[in-house]
Design a protein. Structure first.
Lengths: 290, 338
C-alpha cells in the first residue's frame, strides 16, 4: 500500500485560473479520447468514408452518366468533386445520424451507465460538463465531415486527377483554390451540423436512454427536411434547422460571396445558443437518480 | 438523541434549530454531516425521505442502516447534491450543500448505489478519466494516484482489463478505488462490501478502520450488522423515510432489549434487589434472576447486589444484539414499504 500525499487545494488569482483552464483541457481531452476511442464510432466513420469510395469507383468504372447534377458531372474532370458529391449525398441522412448518435449519447449515455453521478460528485460543475460535451460533439462533427471530404478528395484525386476546378459560374480555379473552396464547404457544414448537435445535447439531458435521444434528433432532422419541401409552409421555412444546409453551393460560385452563407451561419448559431441554453436550464437543477 | 417513535415526527435536536447564516458556514463545527429536516418527495408522489436530522460527528464511523427502500440511498444522493431536497438542508464538512459542492466534494469520496464505469474502458482508464474530471487534482501526479488507489483495493493485476470483463467484486473494488483517489476527509459509502469475497470484505473493513484512525469520517450504508458491530462508532437507523434511531453504538445497544443476568443461589433476594432498583421484567430462573437492563450501569448493579448480601457467582448482559434492536425498530415484516 502506498500513501497518497496531501495536496494543497486552495490557490488564488492567476494560478487558479490557469489550473481551471488546464482542468477543462484534461476533461476535454478525456472526452475526445472517449469518443474517438470507441469502436462503435470507428465503425460509423468507416460507413461515412465508404460513400465517397463507392461514388468514385462507380463513376470510374461506368463513366459520367446522362443528366448528372453539376457536382457529379465535374467528377471526371477534377477528383475534388468526389468529396463534394459525397458531402451532398450524406448531408440529408448519414451525417445527421452520426451527429445524432454522439449528441444523444452525451449526457444520456453517462446517465444510463451511472457514470454521470460519479462525474457530478467528483465534482464536475454541471455547466462545465455541458461545455465539455458540446465541445466533444463539435470536434466529432468536424471529424465526420472531414472524413467524408478527406477520403473523397484522396480517392478522387487518385482516380481522376486534379484537372480544372470549374465553378458554378463557369470559371476555372487552380488546385489550391479548389481545395480552399472544399475546406470552406466543410467548415460551413460543420457549423450547420453542430446546431443539430446542440439540439441533441438538450434532448440528451431529458432522458437516460441514449438511443432514444439520438433517434429523436434524427426524427427532428427528417421532419424538418420534409416540411422544407412543402411550399405551402414557405412562411416557416427559414426557421427550420435544416433549411440553409444546401446553401454551401454558394461557395462554388465565382467570385464567392461569403454573405450568402450569412443566414445559414446565423440560423445555426441561434439554434446552438438556444438549445445549449435550454440544456443548461434543464440540467443545472435536474435530479440525477440514475 | 435517543430512539424516537417511528410514528411521530422526530424531535429536532436543539442545536439544529438554528438557521444557516449567510456566509454558508454552519454552526456545527464538529459535525462532518449534519442535516435539518431533510426531505425528498419524488415526482411520483412518494415520500422517500421524511424530515431527517442526521448528525455525523467528525471522526465517526457512522453505520447508516435501514430495510430495503427505507431511503438511505436517496438521503446519500441529497447529501452529495445529486438530488434536490424537497425541504430541509444538508451541511457537509461545515458547508451548505449543494451551494458549496465545488469546494466540499473534492474532499469527499463517495460510492453511491454501486459502482458505475465505462464498460469498454479498462479499470486504469476509468480511474484516469475520473482523475481528469477533478479540477483540483494536479495532472502531473495522476498516474501515481491511480496506481496507489488500485493498489489499495488489490486491483493492480486487473488494471488493464476492460471493466465489462470485471467480476462483481472487482467492480465493487474499483468503485472503492475511485472513492480513494484523493486523500478524503469524509467517505460516503453505500453498501461498499456488496459482492465482495470474504478476503475483500475483511480488507475493506481493515481499510475503513485504518482510514478512520487517520481521522477520516466514514458514513457507511450497509445491511451487514456484523460489519457495523465491528467498525462503527455511531449508528443511524432509517425506516420508511424516517430516522428512527441515531446514537453512538454503545448507547444504542444499551437501549436495546438487553437483560442483566445474575447467577446466584439467592435467586429471590437477587430478584427483589433488581425490583427495588426500578428494573422491569424481573424474572427468577433456575440458577439466578434477570431483568431488563435499561440504562442501569452493570458495574453499579453488581455492587448493589453484593451490598445487599446476594452471593453473586456470575453476572452478564445479553441482548446487545444489533439485529434484535434493528428488528425492534423497523418491524418484523419482510415486505418492503412501497
Ligand atoms: N427516482 C425515483 N423516483 C421515484 N421513487 C424513487 C426514486 N428513487 C427511489 N425511489 C423510492 O424511494 C424509496 C427509497 O429508495 P432508496 O433507494 O433510497 O432506498 P434504500 O434505503 O437505499 O434501499 P436499499 O437498501 O434497497 O438500497 C423507495 O421506495 C424507492 O422506490
Ligand atoms: Mg440503497
Amino acid at each position: 500500500m502506498s500513501a497518497v500525499e496531501l495536496e494543497p487545494t486552495a490557490e488564488a488569482g492567476p494560478a487558479r485560473t490557469a489550473r481551471a483552464a488546464g482542468a477543462f483541457g484534461r476533461l476535454f481531452r478525456s472526452e475526445l479520447w472517449l469518443i474517438f476511442g470507441r469502436r462503435r464510432n470507428w465503425v460509423g466513420g468507416l460507413i461515412l468514408a465508404s460513400v465517397p469510395v463507392l461514388i468514385a469507383v462507380v463513376i470510374k468504372t461506368s463513366g459520367a452518366g446522362e443528366g448528372d447534377s453539376f457536382v457529379f458531372g465535374q467528377i471526371t474532370d477534377n477528383g475534388l468533386f468526389v468529396a463534394l458529391a459525397a458531402l451532398t449525398v450524406e448531408l440529408p441522412f448519414f451525417l445527421p445520424i452520426a451527429v445524432s448518435a454522439i449528441a444523444g449519447d452525451a449526457v444520456a449515455g453517462e446517465a444510463n451507465l451511472g457514470t454521470l453521478r460519479y462525474l457530478l460528485v467528483t465534482p464536475v460543475d454541471r455547466a462545465r460538463l455541458l461545455a465539455v460535451k458540446l465541445g466533444g460533439i463539435a470536434v466529432f462533427t468536424f471529424a465526420a465531415v472531414a472524413v467524408v471530404a478527406g477520403v473523397g478528395a484522396l480517392i478522387g484525386l487518385a482516380l481522376f486527377g486534379a484537372g480544372d476546378f470549374v465553378t458554378l459560374s463557369g470559371s476555372s480555379l487552380g488546385f489550391w483554390a479548389g481545395l480552399a473552396r472544399l475546406a470552406l464547404v466543410c467548415c460551413y457544414l460543420t457549423i450547420c451540423l453542430v446546431a443539430l448537435g446542440a439540439i441533441g445535447l438538450f434532448v440528451s439531458t431529458m432522458t437516460e436512454q441514449p438511443i432514444a435521444a439520438g433517434i429523436t434528433v434524427l426524427v427532428v432532422t427528417v421532419v424538418s427536411q420534409i416540411l422544407d419541401q412543402l411550399s405551402q409552409l414557405a412562411a416557416i421555412h427559414r426557421f427550420l434547422p435544416t433549411h440553409y444546409w444546401l446553401d454551401y453551393a454558394a461557395v462554388l460560385r465565382d467570385p464567392v460571396n461569403l454573405g450568402d452563407l450569412g443566414p445559414g451561419v446565423a440560423s445555426a448559431a441561434a439554434y446552438t445558443a438556444v438549445f445549449a441554453a435550454a440544456a443548461w436550464a434543464r440540467f443545472s437543477t435536474a435530479d440525477v437518480s440514475s | 438523541m435517543s430512539v424516537t417513535d417511528g410514528a411521530g415526527p422526530a424531535p429536532a435536536p436543539a442545536e439544529q434549530a438554528i438557521g444557516v447564516p449567510a456566509d454558508g458556514m454552519s454552526h456545527h463545527g464538529t459535525a462532518a454531516v449534519s442535516t435539518s429536516g431533510l426531505t425528498k418527495r419524488f415526482r411520483s408522489g412518494q415520500l422517500a425521505v421524511d424530515g431527517i436530522d442526521l448528525h455525523v460527528p467528525t471522526g465517526a464511523v457512522y453505520g447508516f442502516l435501514g430495510p430495503n427502500g427505507s431511503g438511505k440511498t436517496t438521503t446519500i444522493r441529497m447529501l452529495l447534491g445529486l438530488l434536490r431536497p424537497t425541504a430541509g438542508s444538508a451541511d457537509l464538512l461545515g458547508r451548505t450543500m449543494p451551494a458549496a459542492a465545488g469546494e466540499v466534494l473534492p474532499r469527499i469520496g463517495a460510492l453511491v448505489e454501486g459502482p458505475a464505469f465505462h464498460p469498454y474502458l479498462s479499470g486504469w482508464d476509468n480511474l484516469m478519466r475520473l482523475d481528469a474530471a477533478d479540477r483540483t487534482a494536479p495532472a502531473a501526479t495522476a498516474k501515481d494516484r491511480v496506481l496507489a488507489a488500485l493498489d489499495r483495493v488489490g486491483l493492480t493485476a486487473a488494471a488493464a482489463k476492460r471493466y465489462r470483463h470485471y467480476s462483481l467484486g472487482m467492480r465493487q473494488r474499483l468503485g472503492i478505488a475511485a472513492a480513494l483517489l484523493r486523500p478524503r476527509e469524509l467517505l460516503v459509502l453505500d453498501e461498499p462490501t456488496n459482492g465482495l469475497d470474504p478476503q475483500g470484505t475483511r480488507e475493506v473493513r481493515t481499510l475503513l478502520a485504518e482510514l478512520a484512525s487517520g481521522g477520516t469520517t466514514v458514513v457507511l450504508s450497509t445491511h451487514l450488522l456484523s460489519e457495523v458491530e465491528q467498525v462503527c462508532t455511531h449508528v443511524g437507523v432509517m425506516h420508511r423515510g424516517r430516522l428512527v434511531a441515531q446514537d453512538s453504538l454503545g448507547a444504542l445497544r444499551r437501549q436495546g432489549a438487553a437483560r442483566a443476568i445474575v447467577t446466584t443461589t439467592a435467586r429471590h433476594e437477587a430478584a427483589s434487589v433488581l425490583t427495588r432498583l426500578g428494573m422491569t421484567e424481573v424474572l427468577v430462573s433456575a440458577d439466578g434472576a434477570g431483568a431488563l437492563l435499561g440504562d442501569q450501569d452493570p458495574a453499579a448493579l453488581v455492587a448493589a447486589l453484593v451490598h445487599a448480601g446476594v452471593p453473586v457467582t456470575g453476572f452478564g448482559t445479553t441482548g446487545t444484539d444489533l439485529e434484535e434492536l434493528f428488528v425492534h425498530l423497523t418491524g418484523e415484516g419482510f415486505d418492503v414499504s412501497g
